[in-house]
Write a protein that binds this ligand. Structure first.
Ligand code: MD6
Ligand code: FE
Length: 217
């Protein structure tokens, strides 16, 4: 193979970008451990399969979800909450894989949030067309802890707004391995994901997976 061909192919995106005061994008941060993450993801999803949850208003979400860690985020007709058990099986959520935890802690550290210790990891699966409307993450007890969000697979447009729903949002393209960390002044910022464009990712396939790590309690 003529490796010279690849010498000019460099990632021109900066390694670290600020989305706002307190929100950092670590480009490609998860790529060095992608194989471990994918293996652990497969194992987790075998124990707690993806499902389309219902919003309190009775709408089925286009994003399919599952969780790992001692607490999992769930929504149904009665509202949003964290639960120790998977409502589909009645069993505890799968344990948070060591590779997940380590990545989340290292990302938080790199972003300047020392001592982050997540107890919940929400796993989102976007197939082409799936989207997440603007929302705040506010079901956690402690807004002092940041959130770490890891993107795998197809790229997505992430919408990052302000503290009011009506604030204008900025758009960020999140690619495979990109890791966002946010907290402090923007912990309660509105954010969402634009409808996923179709495509095929070499490792993940025709979808995007997002891991969001939180300290729920
Ligand atoms: C997603 N992420 O990227 C959805 N929330 O698929 C989120 O809703 C999110 O990425 C809080 C902090 C970071 C996030
Ligand atoms: Fe969110």
């Amino acid at each position: 193979m003529n490796t010279d061909l690849f010498e000019g192919v460099i990632d021109v995106r900066p390694a670290q970008e600020s989305m706002a005061e307190g929100a950092v994008l670590l480009r490609g941060f998860a790529r060095s451990v992608e194989a471990d993450l994918i293996a652990a993801l497969r194992d987790t999803v075998e124990q707690a399969p993806f499902r389309h949850m219902l919003t309190p208003g009775g709408h089925q979400m286009s994003v399919a979800m599952t969780n790992c860690g001692s607490l999992g985020w769930v929504t149904d007709r009665s509202g949003y909450r964290y639960d120790r058990a998977d409502p589909e099986s009645g069993r505890p959520w799968p344990a948070m894989p060591a590779s997940f935890r380590k990545l989340a802690e290292q990302a938080a550290d790199r972003a300047g949030f020392r001592g982050f210790s997540p107890d919940a990891c929400l796993i989102n699966r976007y197939q082409p067309g799936a989207r997440m409307s603007l929302h705040q993450d506010k079901d956690e007890d402690d807004f002092g802890a940041p959130i770490v969000s890891v993107s795998l697979g197809l790229p997505a447009i992430f919408l990052f707004g302000g503290l009011k729903r009506s604030d204008k949002s900025r758009r960020f393209r999140l690619e495979h391995g990109d890791t966002a960390v946010w907290g402090g002044p923007v912990r309660l910022a509105f954010h969402g994901v634009a409808p996923l464009a179709d495509g095929e990712h070499a490792l993940i396939g025709r979808k995007r997976i997002n891991l969001t790590f939180r300290k729920a309690r």
